[in-house]
Design a protein around this ligand. Structure first.
Ligand code: SF4
Length: 358
C-alpha cells in the first residue's frame, strides 16, 4: 500500500510553521538543511533567523569571510558545516551564476555538500524525484519495513533510502521527504512512538509484528575517548588572548591556547603544559593561577580542560591567528560554547566539572 497519500494529508494538516518553510527559496533550504544536521529544530531557529538577516543571499554569503560565517555559527556546534556552507556559496557564485544548480548530481559536486544535502535540496527546492534519508527518516523507514538490520551500516541506509525513493509520489517529492522526517521528529520518535496517531500505521510492519521497540537497531558505539587538556587564559584584566584553531576539533573557531595532556598526568604537568602554551603565544615568566576544570562532552570526545589564568600588564599585538578580545566581543568571532566556558572560568571564580553535551 503506498504511504504517500495519507502521509501527505497528515503533513498538510500538522506540519510545523518553520522560518525556512515561509516563502521558501533554494538558498533557505540549503542553509536550513545544513543547520539541522545533528541539531534540533528549536536550537536552529534563532541561528537561521540571524543568518538570513546577515546573509540574505548566496552572493552575500559568498562575499563573507570564514570568520564572519563562523561567528554567526558560534554555539551551534559542528563548525565544519559553516565552512562547507560558505564554500558551497562561493562555488555557486563562481560556477553557476549565483544560483544553486538544480540537479542532485550537480548539487553533490558543490564543495562540502554530501549526498544527503544534495538530495534534500534537489527534492525540496527543485522538485527532483528523489528522497533524502536523515536519522529521523531512517528510523521511520526501518519501522515501516520491519528492517531489523543496524541502521548504522551503510548497506542498510542504502536499502532504506531505496525503499523511501520507491514511495516518492509524482508532484510532491520535497514534501514527501519532509513529511517522513517530520513524522520521525514528532510521532515516530525514538522512544514511545505514538503509533495510534500515525497516518501510516496501517502499512507499518513493525507495528503489526509488535517489534516497534526493537527497531531501529543500532551498532554498539565505541566509548568516546577521554581527553585532558591544559588551557592558558592570558588576560590583561579586560581582554583575553584567543588563538585560531587549525585542523581537527572545532577547526576555524577561536579558543584559549591549549595543550593536550596524558590522561594520568598530575596537576603539576598541567601547569607546565599551560606555561608552555603561554610561552608559545609570547607570554613568559608570568604567574599561573589554576582556576579549576571544565568538562565538556562532544559527540566524539569527552574533554576535561584544566584552566590557568595568566595575568599580564599589557595586551600584545594581535594577528591572523591571535586576537585580544573582551569577553563581550567574542560574539564577533567564531567561538564555541566550550571556549566561552573556559574563558568564563579563566576570568571568573573557581569551579569544577560543569558538564554539557554538544
Ligand atoms: Fe512509527 Fe508507529 Fe507509525 Fe510504525 S506505526 S511508522 S512505528 S509511529
Amino acid at each position: 500500500m503506498p504511504i504517500a497519500p495519507s502521509l501527505l494529508r497528515w503533513y498538510d494538516r500538522t506540519k510545523r510553521d518553520l522560518p525556512w518553510r515561509r516563502a521558501p527559496t533554494p538558498y533557505k533550504t540549503l542553509v536550513s538543511e545544513l543547520m539541522l544536521q545533528q541539531t534540533t529544530v528549536a536550537a536552529v531557529i534563532p541561528y537561521f533567523d540571524r543568518f538570513m538577516a546577515r546573509f540574505p543571499t548566496l552572493a552575500a554569503l559568498a562575499a563573507a569571510s570564514e570568520d564572519e560565517v563562523t561567528a554567526l555559527w558560534s554555539g551551534l556546534g559542528y563548525y565544519a558545516r559553516a565552512r562547507n556552507l560558505r564554500r558551497a556559496a562561493v562555488a555557486a557564485v563562481s560556477q553557476h551564476g549565483g544560483e544553486l544548480p538544480r540537479t542532485e548530481a550537480e548539487l553533490g559536486e558543490l564543495p562540502g555538500l554530501g549526498p544527503y544535502t544534495a538530495a534534500a535540496v534537489a527534492a525540496i527546492a527543485f522538485g527532483a524525484r528523489t528522497f533524502a534519508l536523515d536519522g529521523n527518516g531512517a528510523r521511520v523507514m526501518a519501522r515501516l519495513g520491519g528492517v531489523s538490520d543496524s541502521i548504522d551500516v551503510p548497506a542498510t541506509r542504502v536499502r532504506l533510502r531505496a525503499a523511501g525513493t520507491r514511495e516518492v509520489p509524482r508532484g510532491r517529492p520535497g514534501d514527501f521527504t519532509q513529511a517522513v522526517m517530520e513524522l520521525g521528529a514528532t510521532v515516530c520518535t525514538p522512544r514511545n512512538p505514538r503509533c495510534g496517531d500515525c497516518p501510516v500505521r496501517a502499512a507499518c510492519v513493525a507495528r503489526a509484528a509488535g517489534t516497534v521497540d526493537q527497531i531501529p537497531r543500532r551498532t554498539k558505539r565505541v566509548a568516546r575517548p577521554v581527553v585532558r587538556i591544559a588551557c592558558a587564559c592570558v588576560t590583561d584584566g579586560a581582554r583575553v588572548l584567543l588563538v585560531r584553531r587549525g585542523r581537527g576539533l572545532l577547526a576555524g573557531t577561536w579558543s584559549l591556547p591549549e595543550a593536550a595532556l596524558a590522561s594520568a598526568e598530575a596537576s603539576a604537568a598541567a601547569r607546565e603544559a599551560a606555561r608552555r602554551v603561554a610561552t608559545e603565544v609570547g607570554v613568559r615568566g608570568a604567574l599561573l593561577e589554576h582556576q579549576g576544570a571544565i568538562r565538556h562532552v562532544f559527540t566524539h570526545r569527552d574533554v576535561t580542560a584544566e584552566v590557568f589564568r595568566i595575568r599580564v600588564d599589557r595586551a600584545g599585538r594581535g594577528g591572523a591567528t591571535q586576537r585580544w578580545v573582551a569577553p563581550e566581543g567574542m560574539t564577533e568571532l567564531g567561538v564555541s560554547s566550550f571556549t566561552r566556558k573556559t574563558v568564563a572560568l579563566g576570568l571568573g571564580s573557581k569551579r569544577d566539572n560543569v558538564a554539557r553535551r554538544s
